[in-house]
Ligand binder design. Structure first.
Ligand code: PLP
Length: 451
């Protein structure tokens, strides 16, 4: 690599001007946020919701500062995006340098080095050492759609298998692939055809089914209801995100990948949420040595700038005809500069190992709560969740999840819920957060559970 993409400066990712401490100056929301929420209500479509009614003014490290000066602990990373922090100095410097050079030419018109360098990085970092190719897009949903296009083009088949509790996006095809009706699909049909759903491995609710048995159960549905000969792709999140941070039992993913290989089905890992060090490996597939044919990435890829990718076996990726893949903005130069800086940060600052440390800290603090309403503590790395139930049962308690999240918000901790039943609290801090902030956030959570 030569030229502008080498010069990222000497600052470290912890070098942010924002005071790394939770501090409330006003009630949440404060008066300036309340005023902006009123303007939002009058100007922004009602369908675009917000987790918290506070407006951001600055963010970095493990803190979001709102317009009223409140310092909130960030356990959401803007939904698993700001893995290297929301104002990472390397990312800021790289984007600043690129924006002064040019903002856009369209890679399909006059290409630029940054796009190629991101493709090279993804080909190097993603699981497997086979020959790979990459195509860049703007959003996770757009990349998932393109993975399906590529798989169909390669196999000449139409059907796509997805899983219970899956989340793949909000476009028409990805709504069909997403499991949950409210809020993602309700009223938005009709949906794309040739999408079939198989049962997942969900250890907390499976009654002890091991990975191999759960895979057999899923594959029986696929063979009987779809037929391998009709199947272009099987698309799965190696740890489900919006579906509730469900990590399948060991052996489940390898068995599915093996079956796909034996049947000429393209095995697609949707690592939009789990990718880029989030789970304590570069990619969640690495944990069990699973090598997907195609891997879809987005969210944590570019330090907060919109970018997504499909990376995979050269012979599959190259099946689509020239001109068949692309888009006006796909692989925008600013996003590519940000991605290269984010990747360098993960490598140089040891953020893969940091994700494991964060996972160990969160897991031990959450287990120590020993609260009978916490049915399950699960996840890997900096992707940890608790599933809340009525004590002594598997009955989901979404009202409790909502109340605990609201109590944490009031106390200055940004925490998100997820899960088919909405009864899961999930923790996705930036990997640049300090241990002090994590401990403070866990103290707040304990208090919120008591309240
Ligand atoms: C967020 C997400 C998507 C969709 O990404 P967008 O950038 O919001 O389109 C797809 N798959 C998974 C697993 C996700 O978490």
């Amino acid at each position: 690599m030569t030229g502008r993409f080498r010069n990222w400066g000497m600052t470290t990712s912890t070098d942010t001007g924002i005071r790394q401490q939770r501090r409330l100056e006003t009630a949440i929301p404060g008066p300036l946020s309340r005023e902006l929420m009123t303007r939002k209500g009058a100007a922004v479509a009602a369908g675009v919701g917000t987790t918290m009614p506070v407006f951001a003014a600055a963010a970095g490290g493990g803190i979001v500062v709102d317009v009223d000066g409140n310092h909130l602990i960030d356990l959401g990373s803007g939904i698993a995006v700001t893995t290297v922090g929301a104002s990472n100095p390397r990312v800021v410097a790289a984007v600043r340098e690129q924006v002064e050079a040019f903002t856009h030419t369209c890679f399909m018109v006059t290409p630029y080095e940054g796009y190629v360098a991101v493709a090279e990085s993804l080909n190097r970092l993603t699981p497997g050492d086979h020959d790979k190719r990459t195509a860049l897009f703007n959003s996770g949903a757009e990349a998932v759609e393109n993975a399906v296009k590529i798989a169909r083009s390669h196999t000449g088949r139409h059907a796509v298998v997805v899983f219970d509790h899956a989340y793949h996006g909000r476009t028409n095809l990805t709504m069909a692939m997403t499991a949950k009706s409210m809020p993602y699909k309700h009223g938005f049909g009709p949906f794309a055809s040739e999408v079939y759903r198989a049962p997942l491995s969900y250890p907390f609710r499976d009654g002890g089914l091991d990975g191999a048995e759960a895979a057999r159960r899923a594959l029986e549905v696929v063979e009987k209801q779809v037929g391998a000969a009709n199947l272009a792709a099987m698309v799965i999140e190696p740890i489900q995100g919006e579906g509730g941070f469900i990590a399948p039992a060991p052996g489940f993913l390898p068995a599915l990948a093996e079956w796909c290989r034996a049947n000429g089905v393209v095995f697609v890992a949707d690592e939009v949420q789990t990718g880029f060090a989030r789970t304590g490996d570069w990619f969640a597939c690495d944990h069990e040595g699973v090598v997907p044919d195609l891997i879809v990435t987005a969210k944590g890829i570019a330090g907060g700038l919109p970018l997504s990718a499909v990376t995979g076996r050269a012979e599959i990726m190259d099946a689509a005809h020239t001109g068949g893949l692309g888009g006006t903005y796909g692989g925008n130069p600013l996003a590519c500069a940000a991605a290269l800086a984010a990747i360098e940060t993960i490598e140089q600052d040891g953020l893969v190992a940091r994700a494991r440390e964060i996972g160990a800290l969160l897991t031990s603090r959450l287990r120590a709560l020993a609260d009978p309403r916490i049915g399950d503590v699960r996840g890997r790395g900096a992707m940890i969740a608790v599933e809340l139930v009525r004590p002594g049962s598997l009955d989901p308690d979404p009202a409790l999840a909502k109340a605990v999240a609201a109590a944490a918000h009031e106390r200055g901790v940004i925490v998100l819920t997820c899960g088919t039943h909405g009864n899961v609290l999930r923790f996705l801090p930036p990997l640049t957060i300090s241990d002090e902030l994590l401990h403070d956030a866990m103290d707040v959570l304990a208090e919120a559970l008591r309240a």
